[in-house]
Ligand binder design. Structure first.
Ligand code: SF4
Length: 894
């Protein structure tokens, strides 16, 4: 194809969350692509949130790994693969199969996962195959297995359209699963469905709810225990369903009564007003169709599995499961967390939803013709890295994730990597913090848009991820890397796949092997797909057995997967309070922001996504802030037993007193002194092994800051490690904001020197105000602009960013560059709200003042919120805010 001839559009799947939206990518013939929602995909029917819509801005290859390396030196693929095979063989031969491990990722495609799992568990004799999905989903998996006998999400997305009440527990779905959340919002607008949010924080999701329960951290199981007690005493109790299809109700109920004996005690333990508790109980019990959706606030807990089972118990007690508009619903975080679970990419499963029961192990051994089948579970993620710390693991292969940032006690985990004899990293990005330097071998991997395979979303729909461009440099798909290493280890015939279609067929065949309905995960009907049929595969929901029909929902018929066919009510323990101490008396909660994903290796490349939350921050209740002397917009040192970070303070009454919230996204590659993973404790749920990322004991104190500023630069600029800073992707380069305790004059001198700009024109814009700005130009364009002042001048930052985007900067504009304003002086210091149409808060407030009193009216006036809808909750917040009301009143007064 001619480089100028655009390739045809390709239907694929979004790279981010577990909603699994379909995307149509239209390549531009230059490596980029126009991105649109796929109207034919059942998950989104054409809608995309801002992250999905901005995928086209993340396709640049400047930050990509392009060649294999050994000890940081470029090498060839054959040499790199030889080294990987030799490293693993050496460790296994010297120390046994338990000394080797793989750490995988929910970003991998099912086919990548399948071959990695097969190699380790079937051919190298180690079940030490775990995944970063352990950090987001393991408690849901364990809860499903305890209750249902299988890891099954019983419902589907249509239930969000049909429910009378949708409860979001520990889920900021308006930001983290936006397209699915919008279905609940539409049900509310269309036919009066109600939305309840149970979350310690008043999130964007809570903002759009009918009832928000700002529950005390970790108390969800108490609340749902009370709900179970009240269900048992109400007409909602489905005695016949419970009697015919479940066991364990009496014990679970007795325990629930002990945990939540009455409403007053429950409200007190949960930190709720009793009237809110009663409103929730009555709403849940009184609505025949209820979906209880849950996510990381439930899963990432020291008692996460119990929280899940407390939710499943109330649906079992009412028979509200597997029926239209009814059911518990686990929202998966990652694009293919479900696919990883399906292939067995967790250390406590073998493959295809089979366990380490002897019959399952034997079945998989026969199917794979495996010479060295693992027969016992391996180490779960945190256990695995603790074993690395002890020196018990000698060789590790990490694919598509960065445990040096995302695991709890991340500093310790980073140090532990140094204990390995041999570390392989398969990775897309060259800007991976703390991992590449530790690796013996680095393998460049194909990325979204280049990879070919399947993913499974939260409603069990398998979708194709299709390539629409060639991988840059020498990047390879992960499955091919694994198969080549398998061949070098003497297992070539078992890994001689011609492509992902062949791997998928084998995976599908294993799922159907000797199944006969005994195992929920069965896609045996897809085992005979021809290559062309696989290529054209439409989104397909499992199960799809070879014989019999698939089904949209599970369990309305009462057929469960425990050996007696019954579901289990699980007795849920009384959860302990967060482990606070005198020195660390606050609860640190961690999570996501709207426009970033994980460690920002992809979203950090998009100028559109960069501006919503530009820098790492810590949210603090105003009373806590006042108590320790913090001011809004200032900086704070947040410390735990495990580490410290320096973060900008956001005071907000949306935060509970005694609690802090910090986003997880920033790393040393995108910020300075802001890695939140380094703060979180290593406590894990005893059943699932999932870390508790929501309740680390922490302290906070003011961080004196005397100077703030920014650098805007065409190329990547390094700043001193000790300087608190954050990188922002902008058109034409990047901006870095920073803050320091030193004076503006001292910082300006230091940074000018650091940046090598001592000879550049420098101008003290306002001596009394200690404002400094200097700039360099090359080829008629802005090259670097440094600005230092006592406070961050957002208007000057916006002006500089606008200047960087200009293809030519004239003399007059250069003059304006040095006073920190664009020629047109159009820069706004107001925060960005709508990333799709670049609408800032001040424009929205102006619209409100002019009479726009609803989110839709603001949309009509400004276009904000009318595309992906991700910002609708924030618009609602502004509409509801005192400032806006005052503005409207003032306008009316006029
Ligand atoms: Fe992607 Fe957004 Fe859809 Fe999630 S909701 S799959 S991030 S477009």
């Amino acid at each position: 194809m001619n480089a100028r001839t655009p390739a045809p559009s390709v239907a694929t799947t979004c790279a981010y969350c577990g909603v699994g939206c379909g995307i149509v990518a239209t390549p531009d013939g230059q490596g980029g692509a126009a991105i649109a929602g796929d109207r034919d995909h059942p998950a989104n029917a054409g809608r995309l949130c801002v992250k999905g819509a901005a995928l086209g801005e993340t396709l640049g290859t400047e930050a990509r790994l392009l060649h294999p390396t050994i000890h940081g030196v470029r090498t060839t693929w054959p040499r790199a693969l030889d080294a990987v095979a030799a490293g693993f063989a050496t460790a296994r031969d010297a120390h046994g199969p338990q000394s080797i491990a793989m750490y995988l990722s929910g970003q991998l495609l099912t086919e990548d996962y399948y071959v990695a799992n097969k190699l380790m568990k079937g051919f190298l004799g180690s079940a030490n195959v775990d995944t970063n999905s352990r950090l987001c989903m393991a408690s849901s998996v364990a809860g499903h297995r305890r209750a249902f006998g299988a890891d099954v999400v019983p419902g589907c997305y249509d239930d969000f359209d049909e429910a009378d009440v949708v409860v979001f527990v520990g889920s900021n779905a308006a930001w983290c699963h936006p397209v699915l959340f919008q279905r609940a919002e539409q049900a509310k607008a269309r036919r009066g469905a109600r939305i309840v949010v149970i979350d310690p924080r008043r999130t964007a999701t809570a903002e759009l709810s009918d009832l928000h329960l700002p529950i005390a951290p970790g108390a969800d199981a108490i609340l749902f225990s009370r709900l179970l007690v009240e269900i048992a005493d109400s007409d909602a109790f489905d005695r016949s369903y419970a009697a015919a299809h479940t066991s364990g109700l009496e014990q679970a109920l007795e325990q629930a009564r002990a945990v939540a004996p009455n409403r007053a005690a429950t409200a007190a333990r949960c930190g709720l007003a009793e009237r809110d508790l009663v409103a929730f109980l009555e709403m849940w019990i009184g609505a025949p169709r209820v979906v209880t959706a849950f996510s990381q606030g439930v899963n990432q807990s020291a008692r996460g599995t119990d929280k899940v089972n407390a939710i499943l118990n109330v649906h079992l007690a009412t028979g509200r499961i597997g029926k239209p508009g009814c059911g518990p619903f686990s929202l998966t975080g990652q694009p293919n967390a479900m696919g990883g679970r399906e292939v067995g990419g967790l250390a406590n499963q073998v493959a295809a939803h089979m366990d380490f029961h002897p019959a399952d192990v034997d079945r998989v051994r026969r199917f794979w013709n495996a010479p060295a089948m693992a027969t016992a579970p391996g180490l779960k993620a945190v256990e695995l890295f603790e074993a690395i710390e002890r020196g018990a693991i000698k060789a590790l292969w990490i694919m598509s994730t960065n445990p040096a940032v995302s695991l709890p006690r991340a500093d310790a985990m980073r140090a532990a990597l140094g204990k390995l004899d041999f570390l392989v990293v398969s990775e897309v990005s060259a800007h991976v913090d703390g991992l590449l330097d530790a690796a013996t071998v680095v393998l460049p991997a194909a990325a979204w848009g280049e990879k070919d395979g399947t993913v499974t979303n939260s409603e069990r729909v398998i979708s194709r991820q299709r390539p629409f461009r060639e991988p840059p440099g020498e990047a390879w798909p992960d499955w091919r890397q694994v198969c080549e290493v398998a061949g070098r280890l003497g297992h070539g015939s078992a890994f001689a796949y011609r492509g992902p279609a062949e791997i998928f067929r084998e995976h599908a065949a294993l799922s159907g092997l000797e199944n006969g309905g005994a195992r929920a995960f069965d896609i045996g009907a897809l085992a005979t797909l021809a290559d062309a049929e696989y290529d054209a595969l439409a989104p397909t929901q499992w199960p799809r057995p070879r014989e019999g029909a698939g089904r949209k929902r599970f369990f309305a018929d009462g057929a469960f997967f425990h050996s007696d066919g019954r579901a289990r009510f699980v007795s849920v323990a009384d959860p302990p309070p967060p482990p606070l101490t005198e020195a660390f008396s606050l609860v640190l909660n961690t999570g996501r922001v709207r426009d970033h994903w994980h460690t920002m290796t992809r979203t950090g490349l998009s100028p559109r996504l960069a501006r919503h939350r530009e820098a790492p921050f810590i949210e603090v209740h105003p009373d806590d802030a006042a108590r320790v002397g913090l001011s809004d917009g200032g900086f704070a040192r947040v410390a735990t037993e495990h580490g410290a970070a320096e973060l900008r303070v956001v005071t907000t009454a949306n935060q509970r007193r005694g609690s802090l919230f910090a986003p997880i996204h920033w790393t040393d590659a995108t910020a300075g002194r802001a890695r939140v993973g380094a703060l979180t404790h290593g406590l894990v749920d005893p059943v699932s092994g999932q870390p508790d990322s929501k309740a680390t004991a922490a302290s906070i104190s003011p961080s004196p800051i005397a100077a703030e500023g920014f650098v805007v630069a065409r190329g990547r600029v390094a700043l001193p490690d000790w300087l608190a800073h954050a990188r922002i992707a902008v058109a034409g380069g990047e901006a870095i904001t920073f803050a320091s305790a030193g004076s503006p004059a001292a910082l300006q001198a230091l940074l000018s020197n650091w940046l090598g700009r001592t000879a550049s024109p420098s101008r003290r814009v306002d001596e009394g105000a200690q404002r400094f700005q200097s700039a360099t130009f090359a080829d008629g364009r802005l090259e670097t602009l440094l600005h230092v002042a006592p406070k961050l001048d957002r208007a000057a930052l916006d002006a500089a960013i606008a200047l960087l985007a200009r293809p030519v900067v004239g003399r007059q504009e250069r003059r304006f560059a040095l006073v920190g304003r664009t020629l047109e002086e159009r820069a706004s210091a107001s925060p960005l709200v709508c990333a799709c149409f670049a609408v800032r808060r001040d424009a929205i407030e102006t619209a409100i003042a002019a009479g726009a009193e609803s989110v839709d009216a603001v949309g009509q006036a400004t276009r904000a919120g009318t595309n992906c809808g991700s910002c609708r909750a924030e618009i609602r917040q502004i509409v509801n805010s005192r400032d806006a009301v005052a503005a409207i009143v003032a306008a009316q007064g006029d």
